[in-house]
Write a protein that binds this ligand. Structure first.
Ligand code: PLP
Length: 399
């Protein structure tokens, strides 16, 4: 290339995207991760307390405290802490009465764990489309689908094509953005479906005035290392139903029957409980959640305003009815700029800005290819045009 040769428009677009990232993250040379945890609370003293007392494992006061504080924060009466979000989803599937061979409706646009958990329970994922407004399930298109493919008989919804029961729906609050829950709950009610809310990414997000994770019969959170708060790995089940909470606790603690000294187990259970040392980390992290939320809204606003100066893309904004935790910010390319996605990803990652494409649609993955599904045009468009950009809470605080 000679210096006199003018830059092509596509090159300019890619260059200005990376320049803008540098400017908005205020990071000159360092590697900027997609999402890194912040430990500026009581982590050290609380973890030390576990080590000093010896209560690191399956019992201890931090588990009880973490569960109580999470329930309070999310506005549910009960919370059961477990080893990770996938285990929380798996447990929720079982206790909501999903049986092997049943179909469970979920968005094709989600992290793989949502679909994996359906399979762990022996059920069959049934993929539906998403909305550009929320990036999650759209009640309007969802209502059309079961009407077209299923029959309602004696209170049971049966898929005409497969002959299997459709029993539950899993709305995913994708990247922390709440979906239209009122609309979805209505559709669920109409078809007799249990609602398990996958709020793994959405701790602290509000739908109208309700906390994400609190709106289904069961809700699920994750505290994986990349989520808004972390225990290194962890999850929780939320519910307002005391019987479901009791059942969740029992099943996730090897179905051990309470007894002073005897070791009795009354069904095939799971060793899914969250260890005390991780719950200690969780308590310390939860104490910083409000600060993380403020930082993340600040960063999202900075991205929104900053990227508005580039034509051909926009930064995704929370739906009108929601207050999002902005767990992961996303840039969405205009349809006529979708072809540049990989060039932007390449350039940003080469420059040290960890950017990622959207998760692949579940139905493209080899293990889910044969699963029942609706038409998925919106999810396909989002997949081809979305890029997640660095979103750690500490970026907002950069000078
Ligand atoms: C992270 C995540 C999960 C699973 O959580 P883990 O703690 O990683 O097992 C489930 N669903 C969604 C949407 C997630 O982002």
């Amino acid at each position: 290339m000679t210096l006199a040769e003018p830059l092509k428009n596509s090159d300019l677009f890619v260059t200005s995207f990376v320049e803008r990232l540098r400017e908005l993250t205020k990071q000159e040379d360092a590697f900027v991760p997609l999402h890194e945890p912040t430990f500026k609370g009581e982590e050290w003293p609380l973890v030390k307390d576990c080590l000093v007392s010896g209560w690191v494992s399956s019992r201890g006061e931090h588990v009880d405290r973490f569960e109580a504080e999470l329930a309070k924060r999310c506005g549910t009466t009960h919370c059961v802490a477990v080893v990770n979000g996938t285990a929380a989803l798996h447990t929720a599937m079982i206790i909501s009465g999903i049986k092997p061979g049943d179909e469970v409706i979920l968005p094709t646009l989600t992290f793989v764990a949502t679909a994996n958990a359906v399979c762990h329970a022996g059920a069959i994922p049934h993929f539906v489309d998403s909305s550009t407004e929320t990036l999650g399930l759209d009640p309007v298109s969802l209502k059309v689908h079961p009407n077209q493919i299923a029959k309602r008989k004696n209170g049971v919804t049966v898929n005409n094509a497969t002959g299997q029961r459709i029993v539950a729906i899993v709305p995913v609050q994708f990247f922390g953005h709440p979906v239209d829950m009122d609309g979805l709950l209505k559709v669920a009610d109409e078809f007799g479906l249990s609602v398990i809310e996958d709020a793994a990414e959405a701790l602290g997000s509000l739908y109208k005035d309700k906390q994400c994770g609190s709106m289904g019969r069961l809700g699920v959170l994750s505290f994986n290392g990349n989520k808004i708060i972390t225990t290194g790995g962890g999850g929780a089940i939320l519910t307002n139903d005391p019987d479901l909470a009791k059942r969740a606790k029992h099943l996730t603690t090897t179905a051990k029957v309470p007894h002073k000294w005897a070791s009795i187990h009354d069904e095939v259970g799971y060793n899914y409980r969250l260890p005390n040392i991780k719950a200690a980390l969780g308590c310390a992290q939860l104490g910083q959640l409000d600060g993380f939320l403020t930082s993340k809204r600040h960063l999202a606003k900075r991205y929104f305003d900053g990227f508005a100066k580039i034509s051909g893309l926009s930064v995704f904004q929370e739906p009108k009815f929601a207050k999002s935790n902005y767990w992961l910010n996303a840039v969405i390319l205009d349809a006529d700029h979708a072809e540049y996605r990989d060039a932007l990803l390449q350039a940003a990652n080469n420059a040290g800005f960890m950017c990622r494409p959207c998760c692949s649609l579940m139905r493209r993955l080899p293990m889910f290819r044969e699963c029942p599904q609706s038409d998925l045009p919106v999810a396909e468009a989002i997949e081809s045009r979305l890029i997640n950009i660095p979103s750690s809470a500490n970026l907002a605080a950069s000078p």
